[in-house]
Design a protein around this ligand. Structure first.
Ligand code: ATP
Length: 684
């Protein structure tokens, strides 16, 4: 199937092209290196740059959606100029599903908005700078989880949160993926309620005029996201895959399943050279593998196979140099590579084949990316680290298997839509080629599903139910919800509310069986309210919050008859749960520990909490079992081998506390979750 320039109508009238030279003068014009906007950009440009509407744009990768977000920032700059004082009291928050995208955008926007307009950009992610730098910046780049956590204390951070005038959501289709989607949903609902909160309104803070822009891959239900984000119909754009500026030919290859997923992955690795040979036309190829080891193994295999599969075009990017002088240059070029395996691979394949994954140092990764951009590396075997947003020169992108290993206890999981779209979106980038090819290698039973994903036919559903207890409690603690009336207002502000009315069948766990669309909208709303009351009761039963009946008071403080309201009061456990981001499940586990429990029992209970239960990988079993012999507690509980995620946490926390050396790299995991659990125990 070929996805390429517009052959079908889209949801917006087109037929004109915006010329930036005519639209813009002065400093805004130089922000973009190109002059003529394509059809998609020409459609959204006037709404983004000339209005304050909330906007949702769904369009294929590579179409140039980023400029919609940039246009909205320019509008704010223009507004500043209009006021005459040029003071930037606002903040724009860019929210992307992964840190890598934030970092990439940070570098780009620092260069473009920083130098020209004096805007400061700061990253607010797990690895990022302190809050002081964030508070002093106008553009904040963050992930939904991080910003959700920060905005829970919005009253304490009123200066920061009250300044948020613009929220830019990139890759917004991740709204349908757990757990990021639920964090985004909770975050946006909070911001929507904050916007009209008395505290923000009375002070006239920029957040009272909050504007939201969302850019997403093509979706069938973009109107639902638009409705949720309160975008007017003229600001909801949905362009299907036919609007890709560079046509992308997509092949989904379904293979017979092997006896287990590991063997199936091996089968796919075996088929990869043939697939590269068939589709690459000797051009740059990016192969997405399921694991670091898989990427290394495939790269080694391809290098060993020589140039017979169409990847060994040594002339490209090298000026056609031959012989010894070329070899010397090659050796010099790769001399800074620290990873021996990678260096050897580059030397033996004359630089044509390489691998890329998170286990490489940042310098090695940058070096490989540069070699690929320059056309030296012709076939790059990578994990998903390279899938996000980069402008790769790949003509062919291959997804080698659509499941990935999440470890013992979780097993194999299917790649989510956003990952698939990002990966195939790396082929045929504008400016590199006039077409591209993507191949998805999967099992026979999943080929139709992945074809529908690639076509943008996957409906985005709310992920809030998976974190409903936590989200509701967070709003109670952040003062967004103080009584039942607030709780209902919050519920009505969710994407869940929009989707349950549209597709009740998907939410059968929340609604009574047999609920159908033709039920009056009201009854679905009533069912949802009943569901929320159930969750409130469960939270109350675990002392997370308390529901109190209060009598309504008149202006002079006198009680009003028959005007009882139900106030919702956060309790200590609830505050800890919200602050430390632990799940309701964890609170229940900890509350079940008897007050006279031994240290060993208490520690083991903590290690059963979902936040610290990471799957046990095959390679970790031996080092974990070695550690098990050296830690203090193990015999009392009869643990002989580390097989369960809770065993792994139990051994690791003891190793950390006992200062035992952890040799295995992957086991040197962050012990932060353990600190959080300890703080919960202390509070309790
Ligand atoms: N009108 C245009 N003319 C020429 N090049 C353009 C135009 N618009 C965007 N580009 C270039 O196209 C590339 C892709 O743009 P952009 O990253 O904004 O796409 P996208 O829709 O966000 O896709 P993705 O999510 O894959 O990044 C960039 O290199 C950008 O500079």
């Amino acid at each position: 199937m070929i996805f390429g320039p517009n052959r079908e109508p889209c949801s917006q009238p087109l037929g004109f092209a915006v010329d930036l030279d005519r639209e813009l003068g002065g400093k805004f014009r130089n922000l973009w290196p190109y002059r003529i906007l394509n059809e998609v950009q020409s459609a959204f440009w006037p709404v983004c740059f000339n209005t304050d509407h909330n906007v949702v744009i769904a369009a294929p990768t590579g179409v140039g959606k980023t400029m919609a977000l940039e246009a909205a920032i320019c509008r704010l700059l223009q507004e500043d100029e209009g006021t005459g004082n040029g003071r930037k009291t606002w903040k724009a928050v860019y929210v992307a599903p992964v840190k890598a995208l934030c970092q990439q955008r940070l570098v780009d926007w620092q260069r473009r908005f920083g130098t020209r307009f004096g805007l400061k950009c700061a990253e607010l992610t797990g690895d990022s700078a302190g809050m002081r730098e964030v508070a002093a910046s106008q553009i904040i780049l963050t992930t939904p989880e991080k910003f959700d956590a920060v905005s829970r204390d919005w009253r304490d951070n009123l200066y920061l949160l009250g300044s948020v005038r613009l929220v830019l959501i990139d890759e917004a289709h991740f709204l349908g993926e757990d757990p990021r989607g639920s964090a985004l949903e909770a975050l946006i609902c909070r911001l929507k309620i904050m916007k009209s909160h008395k505290v923000i309104m009375d002070k006239g803070l920029p957040a009272s005029k909050l504007r939201i822009l969302a850019a997403s891959a093509t979706l069938p239900n973009v109107e639902d996201i638009g409705r949720w984000l309160e975008a007017p119909p003229e600001a909801i754009f949905n362009f299907d895959y036919t609007y890709r500026p560079v046509p992308l030919e997509i092949h989904v290859l379904g293979y017979a399943n092997a006896s287990n997923p590991f063997l199936f992955q091996r089968t796919l690795e075996g088929r990869a050279p043939e697939v590269i040979g068939r589709y690459s036309e000797g051009k740059a190829t990016l192969v997405f593998c399921g694991s670091k080891k898989g990427a290394e193994a495939l790269a080694t295999k391809l290098a060993g196979a020589g140039s017979g599969f169409g990847f060994g075009n040594k002339q490209v990017g090298r000026g056609g140099m031959q012989g010894r002088s070329q070899q010397r240059l090659e050796a010099e070029r790769f001399s800074n590579i620290q990873n021996h395996k990678l260096k050897d691979l580059l030397l033996t394949s004359d630089g044509a084949v390489a691998f890329h994954h998170a286990g490489l140092t940042a310098e090695d990764r940058t070096c490989v990316e540069t070699l690929f951009q320059q056309g030296v590396v012709r076939t790059l075997c990578s994990t998903s680290t390279l899938a996000q947003g980069i402008n790769s020169p790949a003509f062919l992108a291959i997804i080698l298997g659509t499941t990935f290993w999440r470890g013992t206890g979780t097993g194999y999981e299917d790649l989510p839509v956003s990952a698939v779209l990002q990966m195939i979106g790396r082929a045929g980038r504008p400016g590199y080629d006039d077409r591209g090819v993507a191949v998805i290698m999967t099992s026979k039973d999943k080929d139709l599903m992945y074809m529908s994903m690639a076509e943008g036919q996957e409906v985005v559903e709310s992920q809030l139910p998976a974190r409903f207890h936590e989200s509701l409690n967070a709003e109670v603690c952040s003062n967004v919800i103080s009584d039942l009336g607030d709780a209902i207002r919050w519920l009505r502000s969710t994407f869940l509310w929009v989707r349950t009315h549209r597709n009740p069948d998907y939410y059968t766990a929340l609604l009574p069986r047999g609920t159908v669309c033709r039920d009056a909208d009201n009854s679905i709303g009533e069912y949802l309210k009943a569901y929320m009351l159930r969750i409130l009761a469960e939270l109350e039963a675990e002392n997370v919050l308390r529901l109190e009946k209060t009598v309504g008071l008149s202006r002079d403080g006198a009680p009003i008859e028959n005007q009882e309201t139900e106030t919702i009061v956060p309790l200590v456990a609830g505050r800890v749960m919200s602050k430390t981001l632990v799940s309701f499940e964890t609170i229940k586990i900890l509350r079940a520990v008897p007050s006279d429990a031994s240290l060993e029992d208490l520690l083991y209970a903590c290690c059963g909490c979902p936040e610290v239960c990471n799957p046990v990988r095959k390679a970790e079993k031996r080092p974990l079992n070695d550690l098990l012999k050296r830690v203090r507690f193990s015999k009392g509980l009869g643990i002989k081998k580390c097989t369960h995620p809770s065993h792994k946490a139990f051994v690791l926390v003891q190793a950390c506390l006992g200062n035992l050396e952890i040799v295995d790299f992957t086991l040197k995991v962050c012990d932060n979750p353990m600190c959080l659990i300890s703080s919960v125990c202390a509070e309790e």
